[in-house]
Design a protein around this ligand. Structure first.
Ligand SMILES: Cc1cc2nc3c(=O)[nH]c(=O)nc-3n(C[C@H](O)[C@H](O)[C@H](O)COP(=O)(O)O)c2cc1C
Length: 319
């Protein structure tokens, strides 16, 4: 997610789950090819499994970017065909590619040849006046034939005119059944559902038939839910027992960043969703919001903020 799942966020999420696949923010193929690569797509080996999401609509350029991403060590290269922002539309990529399955197929085919890791696509069920069934099914046929290893479907349309990107994540209605129908038409091809899944229980309901689920806002806004992923879906213990331990485990990564001149807030902004509903959570967020942004703020600020949250043992003793 743009501005959210940067490498610092991903480093934290990886402390909460070993197994969930993490995705980068969308990076345009041009930026990967011509931009400051290490800054844009550099990542830590501990983030694996991690996918690089690309934006673009030009097969040659996407192929170059996919090759670079694979050489960087990404486990998957994903093509964004779901973003409705104006900037993306003016570049004729993102969700407006739902209208051009032939071009997307060319892009995917070029990326598959260029990168020696799986190439996947993330899409909507259609845009604007398109009939969702016709558009999604034709789109899926095209990218599958081009070699896409999986399709991630954000199960709502994007309305390209008149809705902000934010509204386009909530106003067009969700149609999960259509994604299940698509899966029945492609039993051997991995299909992943995204959109509106608020927690792991909601996600589990789809895994009977589908190959995966993608949680976006819920995972970012309530990272604690990631603690349940390994036990619930992979039969493994979570890497840490609870969020206090996760923050402790994150500290060395933050310390290294501070040494490089990064700000505490660059890291702690991804922690604001922790401890939701617990006594002290609001004070935790307040200290982070007001103190972690100060130049020179150090780990002591994070420790102070964490110290304001009641621990389970204290909660239990008080009951
Ligand atoms: C701040 C923000 C940034 C996003 N950026 C991207 C992006 O770069 N690429 C992408 O495929 N989807 C992006 N999305 C959309 C999400 O990946 C997801 O498809 C959408 O939020 C619906 O899933 P959810 O209900 O689980 O959040 C973004 C969403 C948010 C809230």
């Amino acid at each position: 997610m743009m501005d959210w799942t940067d490498r610092r966020c991903r480093a934290f999420h990886r402390i909460l789950t070993r197994r969930a696949r993490l995705y980068t923010e969308m990076v345009t193929a041009d930026a990967v090819v011509f931009g400051p690569r290490e800054r844009l797509i550099g990542f830590d080996a501990r983030e694996h499994p991690v996918a690089l999401q690309l934006g673009g609509a030009e097969p040659g350029r996407l192929a170059q970017a996919a090759r670079i991403g694979a050489e960087f060590g990404y486990d998957e290269i994903n093509l964004n065909c779901g973003c409705p922002s104006d900037r993306v539309q003016s570049g004729r990529f993102g969700a407006c590619l739902m209208r051009e399955p032939g071009l997307v197929a060319e892009c995917v085919a070029a990326m598959v040849v260029a990168a020696d890791v799986p190439v996947t696509v993330k899409c909507r069920i259609g845009v604007d006046e398109q009939d969702p069934r016709a558009s999604l099914f034709a789109f899926a046929d095209a990218v599958k034939a081009a070699g896409a290893a999986a399709l991630i479907v954000h199960a709502r349309k994007a309305w390209l005119k008149g809705l902000s990107p934010k509204d386009n994540r909530s106003i067009p209605p969700l149609d999960y059944e259509l994604v299940h129908e698509l899966k029945r038409a492609h039993p051997g091809w991995p299909i992943v559902l995204n959109g509106g899944l608020a927690d792991l229980e909601a996600a589990r309901a789809h895994l009977q038939d589908l190959d995966g689920v993608m949680l976006a806002r819920a995972a970012y806004q309530n990272p604690e839910l990631l603690l349940g992923v390994d036990p619930a879906f992979f039969g493994e213990r979570a890497p840490v027992v609870e969020c206090f331990e996760a923050i402790e485990a994150f500290m060395p990564t933050i310390a290294r960043g501070l040494k490089r001149g990064e700000r505490l807030h660059d890291y702690t902004r991804h922690l604001h969703g922790l401890f939701a509903g617990r006594p002290g959570a609001r004070a935790f967020r307040r200290v982070l919001a007001s103190e972690a942004i100060r130049p020179g703020a150090g780990l002591n600020v994070l420790r102070e903020a964490v110290g304001l949250v009641e621990r389970r043992a204290e909660l239990a003793a008080a009951e």
